[in-house]
Design a protein around this ligand. Structure first.
Ligand SMILES: Cc1ncc(COP(=O)(O)O)c(C=O)c1O
Length: 408
């Protein structure tokens, strides 16, 4: 049976059917191909497969049908409705990785060499920040950190240092929910022939498609909203330079060994099918939760892109279809209040990570950033009473009730 051929009019249909190829045994869902290796009919076929003359699977670190479906679905979602510079439908290639960190580090290692520099923003996922501070410098690759929301500062940094080769941004960013103008920064980067790479984990392609703004690479921690159920770890690297993705990047990916596995890929594919409906509910709930928190007497500040008070509200309106489901807020009474609040939660879940059906809350000062000196934490906006919240898709009144009783 052939794969579906009609052009889809809606994102939700692409989320369900995108990337699917009918299994040769007519299984409805692409099965979990739990096979590390693939059989050749004869030596000649082996030669054709290794030379690339014949398409087909060889070894699961290099590719696997279950993983391929997840990859093609991501490409279809990131390119849905997006045109290339010639006005044609944008073509993308995705490589699935074992985690978001594997996807990020693979691209940086494939693109950069000793002496090169990365320009990045100060608000980033902690793991990415540590990669730039503790691992890449050992290879002679340094990161220059500026506030990328300030284009003058970004331009100054680029003009001052010809070693900058790549601009790395995360928008919206952890945990302050800051938002960088992708289009403006991308224009600036391209004027200086820089590689533009964006972590789209918080937004997902349902809310934001960075390729519309001329970027070269998009990352996802698929562990989060793309999977949506908290059942798997995974990452993806998406690129529009198909030749690079199929050759150099594929080679680096295979050699570094940061591949995904068929079971996690299966879970990711099934999870992505509900992306549109989940995101709609996540976002509706988040707006109501932000309004509730903003009016609460124990809270001094709410960081949510949907509120006029967020400094990046206008930027988010320009590039996102909705401000998303991530927010953070500050409790007036600092560390003790943060711990007390987190401990009193009854339905919402005390956990790091984000993007699951359940509402997840974490207290960075006592959890993810416990070991970071207070002064450094505060520089990044991580105060003692800051709570990060990934708003889930439960009935919103139950979320509000739980917050209310925990804030008493
Ligand atoms: C924005 C962002 N990017 C990347 C990552 C890393 O993803 P993973 O945990 O799948 O390696 C995370 C993890 O929390 C994240 O929040």
């Amino acid at each position: 049976m052939s794969s579906k051929k009609i052009a889809f009019t809606g994102f939700g249909s692409v989320a369900i059917h995108g990337g699917h190829k009918q299994d040769e045994h007519n299984a409805h869902l692409t099965p979990v191909y739990a096979s590390s290796t693939y059989v050749f009919d004869n030596a000649e076929q082996g030669m054709r497969r290794f030379s690339g003359e014949e398409k087909g699977y060889i070894y699961s670190r290099w590719g696997n049908p279950t993983m391929a479906e997840a990859e093609d679905k991501i490409s279809a979602l990131e390119s849905f409705g997006v045109k290339d510079e010639n006005g044609e439908d944008l073509k993308l290639k995705t490589i699935l990785h074992g985690s978001g960190m594997a996807a990020i580090s693979s691209l940086l290692l494939a693109k950069l060499k000793t002496g090169d520099k990365i320009l990045s923003h100060f608000s980033l996922y902690g793991g990415t920040q540590e990669l730039m501070e503790k691992v890449l410098p050992q290879l002679g690759i340094e990161a220059i950190i500026v506030d990328l929301r300030d284009l003058n500062k970004a331009e100054q940094a680029i003009k001052n240092d010809s070693k900058i080769k790549l601009v790395y941004l995360e928008t919206p960013a952890n945990p302050t929910i800051q938002c960088v103008d992708i289009e403006e920064l991308s224009k600036l980067g391209k004027e200086h022939s820089l590689i533009m790479a964006v972590d789209n984990t918080f937004a997902t392609p349902y809310l934001q498609q960075p390729f519309k703004y001329g970027v070269d690479y998009v990352f996802h921690s698929k562990t989060k909203f793309l999977n949506g159920y908290g059942t798997a770890i995974g990452g993806s690297l998406v690129g529009k330079d198909i030749a690079f993705m199929e050759q150099r990047m594929t080679k680096v990916h295979r050699l570094l060994g940061g591949n995904s596995n068929p079971f996690d890929a299966f879970l990711l594919t099934q999870g992505m099918k509900t992306l549109e409906v989940r995101m709609q509910r996540h976002c509706d709930n988040a707006m109501q939760v932000a309004n509730f928190l903003q009016q609460h007497s124990s809270i001094s500040k709410v960081n949510y892109l949907g509120l006029d008070s967020h400094p990046d509200h206008q930027t988010s309106k320009k590039q996102m279809t909705h401000p998303g489901a991530m927010l953070s807020f500050e409790l007036k009474d600092g560390l003790q209040a943060g711990k007390k609040f987190i401990n009193k939660l009854q339905m919402c879940v005390r956990a790091v990570s984000l993007g699951t059906c359940d509402t997840l809350l974490s207290h960075p000062a006592s959890m993810t950033h416990y070991g970071v000196p207070k002064q450094k934490r505060q520089q990044y906006g991580i105060t003692d009473g800051l709570i990060r919240m990934s708003v889930g898709i439960e009935n919103v009144q139950d979320i509000l009730n739980d917050l209310e009783q925990a804030l008493l």
